[in-house]
Ligand binder design. Structure first.
Ligand code: SF4
Length: 351
């Protein structure tokens, strides 16, 4: 696995700055000016001119610092699926691009699925993003701006999941900064319970999250409880095998008293058989989990198939008979290639 290279440019744009960083930037100004600026930036202001409770001279000073642009990224393309899902392709200031998605469910929840890296180094066999390779980590500004771009187009957002492009636990510092900004009550004020980090199983990151927080919801893309099969589908299993992953999840549950979600992308006739479900039920004990079953979403050129409804039902029933809370997730965003594992179809490999 490659280590992420340093960020392309070091300047962090306003939406990625904490109140303390803004206070340092505005040194010499009264303290409340930094709070005012934070409120504007973290709520998604689109221009310095709109910050009308701040003096013109200060707005000009800030504008000059960031070359007149309040955001570091822009929406290049947007696509709307017939189920209402919105996928955005975001162009970053170094020319790279990422995608993010707004998913609406039948209960009215609006969930922003955000990317944490440009590409992904994890190489999961069933995921489009994994075929793109890895370019770099996203900064906190680039993460928060995805939220703002989606919010500009769809209004109130109720939930955030770090389940877009990239492995969030390999960019934990910047993901933490972005979460702190989104959860700050002087800004968007999103509850930490409405934020989910989804990992492929980065054990040091899970332990770090257990020790340091924030206590958001944790989801793990497990895919298989069989060591050989999991290594074939998710190479991360070579570095952090199932036993180490389980030990880390037990530690996480001890520290947070929280139930972990196991994401199971089920691929027809690969990991969706009854024997796979039995093996999973055995592996789970004594973890307290919810298992989300997600039918693999078709991706051109990949040698997999979507499981049929009978396979999904059988898998679910085996887990439920073992007393495991199991939810079959409806696939949303498939029509715009914005569903789980499909992000990156419009992006070039190794941008
Ligand atoms: S499933 Fe997640 S971790 Fe795996 S390659 Fe895709 S984006 Fe990366």
């Amino acid at each position: 696995m490659n280590q992420p290279p340093p960020r392309h440019q070091n300047l962090v744009y306003p939406s990625g700055l904490s109140p303390e960083e803004l206070a340092a930037l505005l040194s010499g100004e009264p303290a409340y000016r930094a709070n005012q600026a934070f409120a504007w930036f973290s709520r998604g202001a689109t221009s310095f001119e709109s910050m009308t409770n701040m003096p013109q001279s200060l707005r000009e000073r800030l504008s000059g610092r960031f070359g007149g642009s309040i955001r570091s990224s822009s929406v290049e393309h947007s696509l709307v699926d017939e189920d209402g899902s919105l996928k955005l392709q975001i162009r970053l200031r170094d020319g790279a691009a990422v995608e993010c998605v707004l998913l609406e469910d039948i209960e009215g929840r609006k969930t922003a699925c955000l990317s944490s890296q440009v590409g992904c180094p994890m190489g999961c066999a069933f995921c489009k993003t994994g075929t793109l390779g890895f370019l770099r980590n996203l900064g906190p500004d680039e993460i928060v701006e995805q939220f703002h771009h989606l919010r500009d187009m769809r209004g109130f957002i109720s939930n955030v999941v770090f389940m877009g492009m990239g492995e969030p636990l390999l960019n934990l510092d910047n993901v933490r900064k972005a979460i702190a900004i989104l959860a700050n009550p002087d800004g968007i004020g999103m509850s930490l319970r409405k934020i989910t980090i989804s990992t492929s199983g980065i054990v040091p990151g899970i332990l770090d999250l257990a020790r340091v927080g924030p206590v958001v919801r944790l989801a793990v893309s497990l895919t298989s409880a069989n060591p050989e099969l999991r290594t074939r589908l998710m190479p991360v299993n070579k570095t952090w095998p199932l036993a180490e992953l389980k030990a880390a999840l037990l530690e996480y549950q001890r520290a947070t008293h929280d139930r972990v979600t196991l994401e199971m992308v089920l691929i027809g006739n690969v990991n969706a058989r009854g024997e796979n479900a039995l093996e999973l039920a055995e592996w789970i004990r004594p973890l307290r989990v919810q298992v989300n079953l997600i039918a693999w979403n078709p991706i051109a050129g990949m040698p997999f198939e979507t499981p049929d409804a009978g396979q999904m039902k059988q898998f679910s029933e085996i887990l439920e008979r073992s007393g495991i809370v199991t939810v079959q997730r409806m696939s949303r965003g498939r029509g715009v290639m914005g569903a789980c594992g499909q992000l990156g179809d419009t992006l070039r490999a190794k941008q």
